[in-house]
Every structure is written in C-alpha cells, then in structure tokens.
Design a protein around this ligand. Structure first.
Ligand SMILES: [Zn+2]
Length: 185
C-alpha cells in the first residue's frame, strides 16, 4: 500500500493541466506590506511537492488570499488559504475529503533585525524572516502542512478486514508523523 503511493509521486509532474499556477510565487514581502498590497492566487496541488506526499489526489488547487500592512510594531502579512483536499483516512485507508481553511498572521522580521523576545511570541503574530525574494509558495505549503491533522479519520468507518482495530492506524499515523517532522525542520 505504501509503496504504491510513493511510486506514484514521480509521475505527478506530468499530470498538471494549469501551467500558469506552477511557478513559485516569489516576491519582496516587506515591500508588499509597506504598500498595503492584496494578492489572490491559486496554486495547483500538483505543483506543491511536499504537500503531495500526504494527499491521495493531486487534482485541484489551493486559493491564497494574502494581505500586507504596517502598524507600529512593523510590517505584517495575513494569509488565508482554502482548498478541498483528499487525505488518506488512517483507519479505513479510504479517501477522506478535507475542506481546508488556514489563517496565519505573520510578523515580518527584516533581514538582520532583532528577533522578537519570547514574551512577544505569545501574541497572535508568528514572526518570519522577510527577504526581497521570499518564496510565498513554500510558506503556503508549510502553513498547510502544519494545519493538516496528524491522523485524519472519517467520523465513522471501520478498519479493513483482518486488521486489528486498535492498532490499525498506528503504522500509517507514525509514518505520517515522521514525514511531518522531517518536513517542518
Ligand atoms: Zn475511514
């Protein structure tokens, strides 16, 4: 089961149909925030290689709504990412439709600037290091990976026949956890 999933991955590059969304979105995020810009963009799921590992289906896309702004603390980005994904249920191993809604409030730290103190970290803003050629596509992928459940399951379903109900999920859940940990470092 696992092998067949992994061996499908090299082929996914050939499956995309919407080429315009496959290029990474790279921009000067500080400038974006200073100008109070707003951007909406779709990303083909087939172009997001790290996310592809946890998806059963790679058709469709994610929609990013991104807004930049500035307040007395500095520059910020607000992201909202939505999309309809198909995950693997960790109990029955069937397809699990997943409506994704991710919001992120990010504080832009200019290169070389001092990182916020620990006591500031508990507010609603997550600090990220800004750059002139910031890869927004990677950021979107990271935010989505962090938002996905470690062990997605249908509300009601049964483990495949022959599997021990209590332990059926563990090998897959453990593998998913390892992949996520590797990806987020
Ligand atoms: Zn299930």
């Amino acid at each position: 089961m696992l092998m067949s999933r992994d061996t499908q991955l090299p082929d996914r590059q050939g499956q995309h149909q919407t080429q315009q969304t496959d290029e990474a979105l790279v921009l000067d995020v500080l400038e974006f925030a200073r100008r109070n810009e707003v951007l909406e963009r779709r990303f083909a799921l087939s172009s997001l290689s790290r996310l592809a590992d946890v998806l059963v289906r790679h058709e469709g896309d994610l929609t990013l709504h991104m807004q930049g702004g500035r307040d007395r603390e500095g520059n910020w980005l607000k992201l909202e990412i939505t999309g309809d994904l198909v995950l693997r249920c960790q109990r029955c191993l069937g397809e699990l439709p997943w409506h994704l809604v991710v919001s992120a409030n990010l504080r832009l730290i200019p290169p070389g600037a001092q990182w916020p103190d620990e006591d500031l970290a508990e507010d609603e803003w997550d600090p990220i290091e800004a750059s002139e050629d910031f890869n927004v596509t990677e950021l979107v992928e990271e935010e989505v990976l962090l938002a996905l459940p470690l062990a997605a399951r249908h509300e009601k379903c049964e483990a495949p026949a022959g599997a021990d109900d209590k332990s059926a999920a563990s090998p897959f859940a453990a593998l998913a956890a390892i992949k996520r940990n590797q990806g987020s470092i």
